[in-house]
Ligand binder design. Structure first.
Ligand code: SF4
Ligand code: SF4
Length: 158
């Protein structure tokens, strides 16, 4: 029948016209983010041994790790950098890390329209990680609590 398609379309419109809107006014409003969402990569310096497994697992070569020898056969992590300009958020680095030092999660707070700022060094990554821990009762995305020293350090930072 002529016009049936149009009527069906209007029915859908009327069905939704009295429902509350599904859109939200970001950034004034922020939708709750599931704890296991792959919104971002968060690197936790205190968990990182500098083993570079994440960098080797990354198909895009986004991760740079530079270390120097430390006492007891360990490493100082002198540089840890992620190039989010080429990251595809596949999560392979998070799966490869034996120490859960890089985990998926976090907010949309570092959304930017400045392309160059998407290259983040260890200081930018650590600030993001500390903000995340502060806002989440010092719990890592995978559900473990941050160690006492890290909590104290973050509290001293204010
Ligand atoms: S999420 Fe994927 S592309 Fe991005 S840094 Fe990790 S392994 Fe590389
Ligand atoms: S984030 Fe994990 S895999 Fe990458 S260097 Fe640190 S400990 Fe190794």
């Amino acid at each position: 029948m002529y016009g049936l398609g149009m009527l069906k379309g209007l029915m859908v419109t009327f069905k939704h016209i009295f429902k509350p809107p599904t859109t939200i006014q970001y950034p004034e409003e922020v939708r709750p983010i599931p704890s296991r969402a792959r919104t971002n990569l968060i690197w936790f310096e205190e968990r990182c041994t500098g083993c570079s497994t994440c960098a080797q697992a990354c198909p895009d070569g986004c991760i740079l790790v530079a270390t120097s020898p430390a006492e007891g056969g360990e490493f100082n992590v002198d540089r840890y950098e992620i190039d989010f300009r080429i990251c595809m958020y596949c999560g392979l680095c998070t799966e490869a890390c034996p120490y859960n030092a890089i985990q998926a999660g976090g907010t949309y707070k570092d959304v930017t329209d400045d392309f160059e700022s998407m290259y983040r060094d260890k200081h930018a990554l650590t600030k993001f990680a500390h903000d995340y821990l502060k806002e989440n009762d010092f719990m890592y995305p995978h559900g473990q609590r941050a160690p006492k020293e890290t909590i104290e350090l973050i509290e001293r930072e204010g």
